[in-house]
Design a protein around this ligand. Structure first.
Ligand code: NAD
Length: 271
């Protein structure tokens, strides 16, 4: 009995196709690998050295026995986004799961915030999700099933200074999530966002030595007093914890979860 349950859990996405934007590293890659582990074919996307991306792609195929393709489509470019979705549909015949995850950050006081950085953050972190969602919705509606998951942030719920574009984009994606959920509520398509606090990704890891130097702090102080200052558990979220929630949202048990903004932030937004 136990074995049967495990097998069915492992194959909940068998025959399905998942497009994960920004999946060459961090949270997106963990989601892609979790979905592949549950049997889905994968469309990888993001920036990366061709050899590294190819290694990531073949590892998914070899580890999980699914098909994985990669597209370098720039999430700031609507035409490239449309091409990515049509490539996915041409290759696999369907897009069942869409994770809008690609994201960038820029930190600056509002009066100095470069206009081109504002435009890039809004385009990649928010508008790209509008373009992908409108492209996948007709196919999902036709098949009568779909899962749309947006990687938002604790910054979709609360603000921090100097992150105007990021906070605006993440609040925006929370609103887009609710609107799409309502529009698709009777089509067996759910749309939710996951809002991580500080997640241990290569991006965060790389900031530590620089911050130690700039602030004359030990590694422990940087982690506790700078990075995790807002996070009551004083622990990082892991990419696997985010991916597990994303996988759960793809299950039938999550069919009635839609329009939700689910924080995974060690208590940050409870404070
Ligand atoms: P990451 O840098 O490891 O991943 C970002 C991904 O987006 C990479 O694959 C990158 O290549 C891709 N990307 C960037 N610009 C792109 C573009 N123009 N077109 C296509 N792909 C592009 O960082 P991460 O921490 O895994 O971030 C993933 C998402 O999680 C982002 O939306 C981020 O805002 C969100 N997030 C991260 C944290 C954190 O603490 N790490 C916290 C909250 C939310």
């Amino acid at each position: 009995m136990q074995q049967t349950k495990k097998e069915s859990e492992l194959s909940i996405m068998k025959g399905k196709t998942a497009v994960v934007t920004g999946s060459t590293s961090g949270i997106g890659l963990a989601c892609a690998r979790a979905f592949a582990g549950a049997g889905a074919n994968i469309v990888l996307n993001g920036i990366g050295a061709p050899a590294d991306v190819e290694k990531t792609r073949t590892a998914i195929e070899n580890d999980f026995g699914v098909k994985a393709i990669y597209t370098p489509a720039n999430m700031a470019e609507p035409i490239e986004i449309a091409s990515m979705i049509s490539l996915a549909e041409r290759t696999f015949g369907r897009v069942d799961v869409l994770v809008n995850n690609a994201g960038i950050q820029h930190v600056s006081p509002i009066e100095d915030f470069p206009v081109e950085k504002w435009d890039a953050v809004i385009a990649i972190n928010l508008s790209s999700a509008f373009h992908t969602i409108r492209a996948v919705t007709p196919g999902m509606k036709q098949r009568g099933w779909g899962r749309i998951i947006n990687t938002a942030s604790a910054h979709s719920l609360v603000a921090s200074p100097f992150k105007s574009a990021y906070v605006a984009a993440k609040h925006g994606i929370a609103g887009l999530t609710k609107t799409v959920a309502l529009e698709l509520a009777q089509s067996r398509i759910t749309c939710n966002c996951i809002s991580p606090g500080y997640v241990w990704t290569p991006l965060v890891e790389k900031q530590i030595p620089e911050t130690m130097k700039a602030r004359n702090m030990s590694e422990h102080q940087v982690i506790k007093d700078v990075l995790l200052a807002a996070q009551p558990t004083k622990q990082f979220v892991t990419v696997e914890q985010i991916a597990s929630l994303a996988l759960f949202l793809c299950s039938d048990d999550a069919a009635q979860i839609t329009g939700a903004n689910l924080p995974v932030d060690g208590g940050w937004t409870a404070a």
